[in-house]
Design a protein around this ligand. Structure first.
Ligand code: F6P
Ligand code: MG
Length: 393
């Protein structure tokens, strides 16, 4: 009988968390009784809970006319059920489950952080750590424990870290551990972003090469929004009180609607085309929805299925968003959701990642919004609109 493997030890990452937050996929019995905050070895974080999943023959997957994999992933499914139906790749399932565990831990640590002065800190083991550094450590632990990741790379220190998994048949993962860490103290929504590439390369590849991307969103609710290469749509999971991730939404289309998120707005002072675009939104009475956290600002396009996010550069306000850690994974989520992305000329998924620290300007949104963005900034768009979209003239 063919079997699958799911990780991880629910609760094992959360030594200080109440039982309400420490149970889920597996019963508390599966958490090592020997676990203590002093024994944070990777073997103790995710071990002991590997368990048998249903045989793959029970998957309800079929091929559609265009040969894309259409699954019967249903609203209400657990993350594990969803992934098992969504992909036959057990390594990828394991990785996405492990990252789900990490996100759950980060969510708790963000929620219970003490903020003051210059940082928000929380305890992890015996240490007091700033939450972004804590998130960073938790994610590396998760990657290592998945046993399927060759390289991990964090925006905090953009260097490849060997996670000791296989290069062949394995993955490399780039992540921004806590995007918006400067707005944690104000209690705005913050998030984790990650992209998954096959094998051992994170440079010389493009965003389109990703096999999966996701974000963890730590707001009034915690959600895990993910997309897989061979599965249509972008899918939202809600963290329930009992610790499980439950599938709550699919997004497959981004329509037109007047909502804008203008990042790096200071660039309008010496980029007249960006200023013209912003004037258009104001003149046309778009609704402004901008928090300054890229994760919630981009997530709202997926949830509301409309809108535009821009972060445009100028001579005095250079592009600061990182292609590998932020722009490409979010581009993957937006495009899988039926939206479009652009650096001004092309999809951000078609940009070759030359160095781990590459930066770019970016827009995400509906088709007409991306046409308007490209036409206004560069005079023409590679995308065709049925009728003129305005602002450029
Ligand atoms: O990662 C950088 C970041 O914090 C993003 O989350 C956000 O979109 C951007 O900076 C905000 O930049 P600005 O304040 O210049 O609009
Ligand atoms: Mg960031």
């Amino acid at each position: 009988m063919e079997t699958g493997i799911a990780c991880c030890a629910r609760g094992a990452l959360l030594p200080n968390v109440s039982s309400q937050h420490s149970t889920g996929l597996v019963s508390p019995r599966s958490v090592s009784p020997s676990f203590s905050s002093r024994s944070l070895k990777s073997s103790s974080l995710f071990g002991e809970s590997l368990r048998i999943m249903p045989p793959r023959s029970s998957l309800k997957a079929s091929k559609s006319k265009n040969s894309s994999l259409v699954t019967k992933c249903e609203i209400g499914d657990s993350l594990e059920e969803f992934l098992t139906k969504a992909t036959p790749d057990k390594g990828l399932i394991r990785l996405m489950m492990c990252m789900g565990e990490a996100l759950r831990t980060i969510s708790f640590k963000v929620r219970t952080a003490s903020c003051g002065g210059t940082a928000c800190v929380n305890s992890f083991g015996d240490e007091q750590l700033a939450v972004d550094l804590l998130a960073n450590n938790v994610l590396f632990e998760a990657l290592k424990y998945s046993h399927i990741v060759k390289y991990g790379c964090s925006e905090e220190v953009p260097e490849l870290q060997d996670m000791e998994g296989p290069a062949e048949g394995g993955f490399s993962v780039a992540f921004d551990p806590l995007d918006g860490s400067s707005i944690v103290d104000t209690n705005f929504t913050v998030g984790t972003i990650f992209g998954v590439w096959p094998g051992d390369k994170l440079t010389g590849v493009t965003g389109r090469d990703q096999v999966a991307a996701a974000m963890g969103i730590f707001g009034p609710r915690t959600t895990y929004v993910l997309a897989l290469k061979d599965l249509p749509g972008t899918h939202e999971f809600l963290l329930l009180d009992e610790g499980k991730w439950q599938h709550v939404k699919d997004t497959t289309e981004i329509g037109e609607g007047k909502m804008f998120s203008p990042g790096n707005l200071r660039a309008t002072s010496d980029n007249p085309d960006y200023a013209k675009l912003i004037d258009y939104y104001v003149r046309e009475k778009y609704t402004l929805r901008y928090t300054g956290g890229m994760v919630p600002d981009v997530n709202q396009i997926i949830v509301k299925e409309k809108g535009i996010f821009t972060n445009v550069a100028s001579p005095s306000a250079k592009a600061k968003l990182r292609l590998l850690f932020e722009v490409a994974p979010l581009g993957f989520l937006i495009e899988k959701a039926g939206g479009y992305s652009s650096d001004g000329n092309k999809s951000v998924l078609d940009k070759v990642i030359n160095s781990l620290d590459d930066r770019t300007q970016v827009a995400y949104g509906s088709k007409n919004e991306i046409i308007r963005f490209e036409e206004t900034l560069y005079g023409s768009s590679r995308l065709k609109a049925p009728e003129p979209v305005g602002a450029a003239a």
